[in-house]
Write a protein that binds this ligand. Structure first.
Ligand SMILES: CCCCC/C=C\C/C=C\C/C=C\C/C=C\CCCC(=O)SCCNC(=O)CCNC(=O)[C@H](O)C(C)(C)COP(=O)(O)OP(=O)(O)OC[C@H]1O[C@@H](n2cnc3c(N)ncnc32)[C@H](O)[C@@H]1OP(=O)(O)O
Length: 197
C-alpha cells in the first residue's frame, strides 16, 4: 500500500463558506450532546474533546490521552484516535456550516505513536462542498499547536435532515441534543439554526 495520497477533495467542489451566523473565532464550542463519546460530559469513559473556533474555516480541538484510551501498552488506541478526529471534523462541519451532517467516510494516517498523557492539538478545516457532500481534513499535533503531526485525517460528511436522527436513532435523545444545542446558542448569544427537528 502506498503512502501517496489521492487528490483531495476527490471531486470538484465549491468553497465551503462558513454560515454567516457561525460562531466567531475564539469561541469555545462546549459540548454538542452530553452523552457524546467524543465530547460529552456525561460520557465518563469518553474522550472529552474541547473545541474552539479558529480563524477562517478552522476549528481547533484538544484531546488528552488517558490510560482508558490505550491499545498497545502506554499508547493510544488507533480507533480512539480516529474517533477523536471524527469528533473534531464533525465539530468543524456542524458549527461552521450549521448544517446537520453525518460521517460518510473517514480516513486516518497514523504517523507517530501517541503516548498516554500526551495531548493532541487537532486543527480541522473545511476543504469544500459538493451538493450534500462536505469535505474536511485535520492534522493532530503532539503536545503543542505547532508540535509534530502524529495523526492526519480526511473525511466526507453528508448533510442530512434532523429526521435522520429521530428515524434511525432515539427521538428522546434527539430532544436532549436539541436542548443542549439551544443552551449552547443562548450562552454564546446566538440565534437558532434555520433547520429545526
Ligand atoms: C452527529 C450529530 C449532528 C447533530 C447536529 C446538531 C447540532 C450539532 C452542532 C455541532 C456538531 C458538533 C459535533 C459533531 C461531532 C461529531 C460528529 C460525529 C458524526 C458521526 O459519527 S455520524 C455516525 C457515523 N455515520 C453514520 O452513521 C452514517 C451512516 N450512513 C448513512 O446514514 C448514509 O449512508 C448517508 C446519510 C451517509 C448517505 O445516505 P443518503 O441515502 O442520505 O445519501 P446517498 O447515499 O445518496 O449519498 C449522498 C452522496 O454522498 C455520497 N456518499 C455517501 N457515502 C459515501 C461514502 N462512504 N464514500 C463516498 N461517497 C459517499 C454518495 O455517493 C452521494 O453522492 P452524489 O450525490 O454525488 O451521488
Amino acid at each position: 500500500m502506498s503512502r501517496v495520497s489521492q487528490p483531495w477533495p476527490p471531486v470538484p467542489v465549491e468553497p465551503a463558506v462558513p454560515h454567516p451566523k457561525a460562531p466567531s473565532p475564539g469561541t469555545e464550542l462546549g459540548v454538542h450532546f452530553a452523552e457524546c463519546f467524543g465530547c460529552g460530559d456525561e460520557a465518563d469513559a469518553g474522550l472529552h474533546l474541547r473545541s474552539t473556533v479558529g480563524e477562517g474555516q478552522v476549528v481547533h480541538s484538544r484531546f488528552t490521552v488517558t490510560a482508558a484510551h490505550q491499545g498497545a501498552p502506554g499508547l493510544a488506541h488507533g480507533g480512539l484516535l480516529a474517533c477523536a478526529f471524527d469528533e473534531a471534523l464533525g465539530s468543524a462541519v456542524g458549527n461552521l456550516m450549521r448544517r446537520p451532517a453525518v460521517t460518510g467516510k473517514l480516513e486516518t494516517d497514523f504517523r507517530r505513536p501517541v503516548p498516554v498523557g500526551s495531548t493532541l492539538f487537532i486543527e480541522a478545516r473545511l476543504d469544500g462542498i459538493a451538493g450534500r457532500k462536505i469535505y474536511v481534513s485535520a492534522d493532530g499535533h503532539l503536545d503543542a499547536e505547532d508540535g509534530p503531526v502524529a495523526v492526519s485525517a480526511r473525511a466526507l460528511f453528508v448533510v442530512v435532515g434532523f429526521e435522520h436522527f429521530s428515524t434511525h436513532g432515539d427521538p428522546q435523545a434527539l430532544e436532549k441534543l436539541a436542548e443542549q444545542h439551544k443552551k449552547n446558542l443562548q450562552q454564546r448569544g446566538e440565534r437558532d439554526w434555520e433547520i429545526n427537528p
